[in-house]
Design a binder for this molecule. Structure first.
Ligand code: SF4
Length: 141
């Protein structure tokens, strides 16, 4: 495993999910012992509340179930996260699967029906565009 790793804060027990819960993963915490870890949650960084409305990505927009367009504030969070990370020489990110921000293989399709489609969340995409390898907790399990 690389030595400098960005990790979705919710995977390390941060209660930053839209529903106020976390996705704590003991195996990841164990793997990250002795690594330089950068815990990050772009959605909280941008000032979104906990809890908050769930969102999904549809037609490249971030929308709530009642069709509120949240794209701008989500993009802002991703930019803020990148500002914090870009000089850290991170070579790997472990990000929460399926999230509209952190998902790195599949994301929900924007119909709020638990349907996954191929695609990246906004943060995963930005990291990949900057040549950082992104995996999820599912790749580790
Ligand atoms: Fe977790 Fe990422 Fe969602 Fe924050 S934005 S709660 S780190 S999946």
């Amino acid at each position: 495993l690389s030595s400098k790793i960005a990790v979705s804060a919710c995977l390390l027990g941060g209660n930053c999910r839209y529903n106020g819960k976390n996705n704590y993963n003991e195996e990841i915490e164990h793997l990250l012992k002795d690594k330089e870890v950068y815990k990050i949650c772009p959605e909280v960084l941008t000032g979104l509340s906990i809890p908050r409305k769930p969102v999904e990505i549809k037609d490249n927009k971030v929308i709530t179930q009642d069709n509120e367009d949240m794209t701008e504030i989500f993009l802002h969070g991703v930019d803020m996260a990148w500002e914090k990370l870009k000089d850290k020489n991170i070579d790997l990110a472990i990000l929460k699967a399926n999230s509209p921000t952190c998902g790195s293989k599949t994301i929900y399709d924007g119909t709020f029906s638990h349907t996954l489609v191929e695609g990246n969340g906004l943060f995963a995409k930005l990291l990949k565009d900057n040549k950082i390898m992104v995996i999820s907790e599912k790749d580790i399990e």
